[in-house]
Design a protein around this ligand. Structure first.
Ligand SMILES: C[S@@+](CC[C@H](N)C(=O)[O-])C[C@H]1O[C@@H](n2cnc3c(N)ncnc32)[C@H](O)[C@@H]1O
Length: 252
């Protein structure tokens, strides 16, 4: 089996923005960020899909991402909108900004591209180090659906269709293969762009609900709320999402 990771093509700014042209999570983040005045840090900010809208509502926000290709798009959009947002190229496992934030968040399943316990522990320690004593840490990830993954193991299914700025049509088909030893959903995206075709991988670590509760606890976070969707409904067996609002334990 190939090494775990995400194909670089998936993090091309234009492709990413065309595939992720939605904002169902925006009001939720806005509400929680406004509830804690101060500076906010978004880890894995990508092309600024949330960062830019949050800044437009008056939130002082810094975005950090490992992919320069995504940050390039974020900076371009920020300039077009005449905004002033700090974007930092860095790895959430090892960054050091030498200041603290009232809220740190990792949105849109981004933690699921972290595969080892060691990396998770580095990220959680780094979040604790950059969080003010009474700050909050927000995280959203999928609630792994065995039914979905079984269904998507059968054949490639169309997941996205859009046009690039140069007019070419892009069709993305998806297929899953679940690795139960690594707890990784090995997703394959087959991109058809005009006459070209390429397959890109998107390995998604699955964090099962009780597992993530325990990981947060043993990394010195207290879960204040666990929601099952962005409308803040309770987390249940049917929930598509696991959304955590946490505080760090006071002696950390
Ligand atoms: C699913 S995208 C989310 C982008 C954006 N937050 C959004 O909601 O549209 C995941 C992002 O995580 C970034 N990423 C993955 N691993 C990272 C790491 N170790 N440190 C920082 N960013 C990382 C990727 O470059 C990518 O931009």
């Amino acid at each position: 089996m190939s090494e775990l990771g995400v194909g670089s093509f998936i993090y091309e700014g234009e492709i990413y923005d065309k595939m992720n042209n939605f904002s169902f999570d925006l009001d939720f983040y806005k509400k929680w960020l406004v509830s804690k005045p101060g500076s906010v840090l978004e880890l894995c900010c990508g092309t600024g899909r949330l960062t830019i809208q949050l800044n437009k509502s008056g939130i002082k926000i810094t975005g950090l991402d490992i992919a320069e290709s995504m940050l390039e798009k974020a900076r371009e959009k920020t300039k077009q909108e005449n905004l002033d947002i700090e974007f930092v190229c860095g790895d959430m496992r090892s960054f050091s900004l030498k200041r603290k934030f009232s809220v740190i968040f990792i949105p849109f399943n981004s933690l699921q591209n972290t595969y080892s316990l060691q990396d998770l522990e580095l990220i959680f320690a780094n979040v604790r180090n950059h969080l003010e004593p009474d700050g909050i840490f927000i995280l959203d990830i999928f609630n792994p659906s065995i039914h979905f993954m079984v269904d998507r193991e059968k054949a490639f299914k169309e997941a996205y269709r859009f046009n690039l700025d140069d007019g070419r049509e892009v069709v993305v088909q998806e297929k899953c293969e679940y690795d139960s030893a690594l707890q990784v959903n090995r997703v394959k995206w087959n991109f058809k762009i005009g006459n070209e075709e390429r397959i890109e991988k998107l390995d998604m670590r699955c964090f099962f609900p009780l597992e993530m509760d325990a990981l947060l606890k043993y990394n010195n976070f207290q879960i204040i709320h666990k929601f099952g969707s962005f409308d803040e409904s309770s987390f249940t067996s049917k929930s598509q999402k696991q959304i955590f609002i946490c505080k760090k334990l006071s002696n950390q």
